[in-house]
Each structure stands twice: as structure tokens, then as C-alpha cells.
Design a protein around this ligand. Structure first.
Ligand SMILES: *[C@@H]1O[C@H](CO)[C@@H](O)[C@H](O)[C@H]1NC(C)=O
Ligand SMILES: *[C@@H]1O[C@H](CO)[C@@H](O)[C@H](O)[C@H]1NC(C)=O
Ligand SMILES: *[C@@H]1O[C@H](CO)[C@@H](O)[C@H](O)[C@H]1NC(C)=O
Ligand SMILES: *[C@@H]1O[C@H](CO)[C@@H](O)[C@H](O)[C@H]1NC(C)=O
Ligand SMILES: *[C@@H]1O[C@H](CO)[C@@H](O)[C@H](O)[C@H]1NC(C)=O
Length: 424
């Protein structure tokens, strides 16, 4: 295993776009096929471009596999890489070509493609294990209310966060009957700690709302976790109108969520959230190296902490994940790369994930927002009381009317949320 990784690391591949830059006619055919062809030699052996061309002309240096692979020196690779660096994001197909060539990914020929027209399969998105499961979604129709499945992304040891959600907005969603909540689950990965695992098992038998995936629950595996969740929904919850995915530090204003879900069309090929800035960071927590992501920006994507997706997008999204190499950031990957591949629009509103709320959110903030971030269990709890008081008309939201006079917002009136269609 580790020698295989070393081998892979050693040979860094490069992309077809660049091949066409240097117009090596020999490779035109492979470019068209979408597979690429330049490897970097791991020994760092420097070779000049002339040497490279010469070698090519003589037919040397071709990798002897029938994939038409060529090995080049690292110096030459660096030259090629520098050509792509900080250029515009070239679309998901070129991303796929780039990663496939860089990591020398081989299509998984024994995995059945969900959408043959999406191209070769690189990720086995259908074979996740689920050590702890929730019930499949209910199928019943309730007074024509939209069927909603809610998944909260959590981590094995975050028992308190899950509890406060059960006591606050989740209970509200279950009792208010503003939507038809056909399924709910906290999504966690595997833990090696036996005590934690036992606690999770008893939590699951008490509440029946834990969906555990058979994968190590670490930051670097978030993308896998989200794809594993998508697969579960696609298998067990396919009749759902909408799927809400939120993190366990998000407070959901269930009134506004219900309003949104009621007014959106579940057949529309869009996902809904709040746009992120798409800035590629070369240091800090969200650092990504130019080798992994050479381009200057990410595609437009929405912040992963709160996203609403119609059930009809689950299958195409999963098919897109099957054919798009994984990327570290799950939100960029799912709502960015995979939506692009599946031809699903990303629609955004600043009111969806309204940012970090004040410790005691203002009545007008509650009125205007669908969800927001909290920094602690107490903060989430306070958000709940601030919301409850606003909707019970204990607190009021006063705004300046068009005539300049103050007016009290009627908290019983639904608000309209507008989702801009962001350009891919
Ligand atoms: C990306 O790929 C498409 C084909 O899918 C191609 O037309 C385009 O020129 C490529 N490169 C860039 C920089 O967009
Ligand atoms: C991610 O999960 C997979 C599957 O369990 C595991 O093989 C891999 O080691 C995990 N990655 C990390 C960084 O733990
Ligand atoms: C949440 O707030 C309520 C009311 O203020 C309080 O009774 C309860 O103990 C709080 N729960 C937590 C976990 O902080
Ligand atoms: C809410 O309270 C205000 C006064 O605080 C009152 O004017 C208004 O009619 C109340 N609205 C509802 C719907 O009860
Ligand atoms: C509107 O309310 C604000 C604060 O609540 C107050 O300072 C302001 O004087 C009011 N304006 C009018 C026109 O009543």
C-alpha cells in the first residue's frame, strides 16, 4: 500500500490542456479522449525541453503501458505547472482531466456507472458501510406538505451539540407540522474510541437518529462523509422533495425553512445556499497547494454548513461524484464541482446562512434568516429562545417603512426569499 502511494507520489502527471499548449501533435488523439499523458520522474532528474522533444521524436520515454504515457523530468513539469498557475478555473471536465493525470487515476471498470454519459468512473460511491443506521424515509403524504429529510453533519464525540439540537429546532420541526419531516439523522463517521462508540450506540437506541458511516471521522475525510450520506439518501430516501444538510453548530429557523421549502419547486435542477467567496487560499486553515488546485478561483459554490437540495438532484449529484475526482473541501466539491458536472444550478441568498448571530439574536435578524452559525451549545440554545420569543410576539422587529415612519413587522406573515442564480 505505502509503496503504491510512494510510486504515485513520485510520478506526478500533468494535464492535457498543457499538452495542447506545446502542441505535440502525437497526443491530439489522447487529448480528445480526455486522458493524459505526461508523467514527472520522481528522481527529480532534470531534463530540458529540447531533450524532451528530442526524446519524443525518437520515440523514447514513452511509458510502455498502452495508455500512451510519457515520462518527463520534474523541471519540465514545473515549467508546465507554472503555465496553469493562477489561470481561470477551466470547468469541471478540465479539473477531472488534471487530477486524473496528476494522480494517474485509473477508471474503476468493475463499478457500474450511474450515468454512462458522465464518463469514466473514479469513485466507488455506492459501496459505503453504515454500522449504525436510521430508518428509511417515511413515504406518507401529509396534507400536501413538502417531504423533507434533514441531515446534521456531526462528529462522534459531539453528544451535547446533538442534544441541544434535539431539544430546540429539531423538536420545533417535528411538532410544528409546517413541513412533512420524513426522515432525520445526525451523520457521523467511525471512532476508534470504544467508550465513545458505546455511548453512540446507546444514543442511537434512545433516539434512533444516528447515521454512522464506516469511515474514519477526520477533517480530511469530510468529502467522503458527505458522499456517503448522499448515497444513503439516494438508496433509502429517494422520494423526498427536499434534503437539508446542516452542520451541528447551525441553528435553523424552522418557520423560514418551511416557507422556503413550500415555495421552491422540487423539480427544479438547483441547489440553494449562501455563496462563499470562492477565494483560493495558499495558507492558513483552508490552504491548498497550487499542485492540487493551480487555478486562481474556485467555481461558485455555497457554504457547506447549510444547503438545501431537491430530492431530484440526489441521483445526478451522486453520478457526478462517481466521475469527478475527490477534492479536500466537501462544499467546493459537492456544491461547485459536482453540481457543475451534473448541470445543476447553484442558487444563493445571503439570508440562507446568515453568518454568526449575536449571542442573543435580534428579532429582525431572526425574522430575516433561515439559518445561522452559533459558537457554542449555549449560543444555539439562546438562538432558540430568541426565535421563540419573536414568534410568540414577545419581542418585535421594528423597521423603517418607505415613508420613514417606524413600523412593526407582523411576525405571522411569511417572507419571500429570493435566490439569485449564480453564474458557473
Ligand atoms: C476545458 O475543457 C473544455 C472541454 O470540456 C474545453 O473546451 C476548454 O477549452 C478547456 N479549457 C479551458 C481553459 O477552459
Ligand atoms: C478516510 O476513510 C477511509 C475509509 O475508512 C480510510 O481508509 C482513510 O484512512 C481515512 N482517511 C483518513 C485521513 O483517516
Ligand atoms: C437552554 O435554555 C433553557 C432556558 O433558558 C434552559 O432551561 C436550559 O437548561 C438550557 N439548556 C442548555 C443545554 O443550556
Ligand atoms: C404583537 O404585539 C404587538 C404589540 O407588542 C401588537 O401591536 C400586535 O398586534 C401583536 N401581533 C400579533 C399578531 O399578535
Ligand atoms: C424609530 O425607532 C427608533 C428606535 O427604535 C427611534 O430612535 C426613532 O426615533 C424612531 N423614528 C420614528 C420616526 O419614530
Amino acid at each position: 500500500m505505502s509503496t503504491a502511494i510512494q510510486f504515485r507520489k513520485g510520478f506526478i502527471l500533468f494535464c492535457c490542456i498543457v499538452v495542447s499548449y506545446i502542441t505535440i501533435a502525437v497526443y491530439k488523439r489522447d487529448v480528445a479522449q480526455g486522458f493524459c499523458d505526461i508523467l514527472v520522474r520522481s528522481d527529480g532528474h532534470a531534463q530540458s525541453i529540447d531533450h524532451f522533444k528530442e526524446a519524443l521524436a525518437k520515440g523514447q520515454q514513452r511509458w510502455t503501458s498502452n495508455e500512451n504515457t510519457v515520462i518527463v523530468g520534474r523541471e519540465f513539469f514545473q515549467y508546465l505547472a507554472s503555465q496553469l498557475r493562477e489561470t481561470a478555473y477551466p470547468g469541471v471536465d478540465n479539473y477531472t482531466q488534471y487530477v486524473v493525470t496528476r494522480l494517474q487515476l485509473k477508471p474503476l471498470r468493475d463499478v457500474k456507472p450511474l450515468r454512462p454519459d458522465f464518463g469514466p468512473v473514479f469513485n466507488d460511491v455506492k459501496s459505503f458501510g453504515y454500522p449504525i443506521e436510521i430508518r428509511p424515509c417515511r413515504e406518507d403524504n401529509v396534507r400536501g406538505l413538502p417531504k423533507l429529510f434533514v441531515a446534521v453533519i456531526s462528529a462522534p464525540s459531539y453528544f451535547e451539540k446533538r442534544d441541544i439540537i434535539r431539544q430546540t429546532w429539531l423538536r420545533q420541526l417535528q411538532t410544528d407540522s409546517l413541513v412533512n419531516l420524513v426522515g432525520f439523522g445526525f451523520v457521523i463517521g467511525r471512532t476508534d474510541d470504544r467508550d465513545t462508540q458505546q455511548k453512540i450506540e446507546s444514543e442511537s437506541s434512545t433516539h434512533g437518529d444516528v447515521l454512522q458511516l464506516d469511515m474514519v471521522d477526520v477533517y480530511y475525510n469530510q468529502t467522503l462523509k458527505v458522499v456517503g450520506l448522499l448515497n444513503w439518501i439516494n438508496d433509502r430516501c429517494s422520494g423526498v422533495d427536499f434534503f437539508l444538510k446542516v452542520d451541528d453548530d447551525v441553528y435553523v429557523n424552522t418557520q423560514n425553512l418551511a416557507t422556503v421549502v413550500k415555495h421552491l419547486d422540487p423539480a427544479e435542477h438547483s441547489v440553494y445556499g449562501t455563496a462563499s467567496d470562492s477565494i483560493v487560499r495558499r495558507d492558513g486553515k483552508f490552504e491548498i497547494s497550487p499542485e492540487v488546485w493551480p487555478w486562481s478561483k474556485y467555481p461558485v459554490y455555497s457554504m457547506g454548513a447549510a444547503v438545501l437540495m431537491p430530492g431530484s438532484t440526489m441521483e445526478p449529484l451522486l453520478a457526478a461524484c462517481q466521475t469527478t475526482p475527490y477534492f479536500l473541501f466537501d462544499d467546493t466539491y459537492l456544491i461547485g464541482l459536482c453540481t457543475g458536472k451534473a448541470g445543476i444550478a447553484v442558487r444563493v441568498s445571503d439570508r440562507f446562512l446568515a453568518g454568526y448571530a449575536q449571542q442573543m439574536p435580534e428579532p429582525c435578524y431572526v425574522h430575516d434568516s433561515i439559518a445561522w452559525l452559533t459558537d457554542s451549545v449555549e449560543h444555539l440554545n439562546k438562538s432558540h429562545w430568541a426565535s421563540a420569543e419573536f414568534y410568540k410576539n414577545v419581542t418585535t422587529c421594528i423597521i423603517e417603512g418607505l415613508d420613514g415612519a417606524n413600523q412593526t413587522v407582523d411576525q405571522t406573515k411569511e417572507i419571500e426569499f429570493y435566490f439569485a442564480r449564480s453564474q458557473p
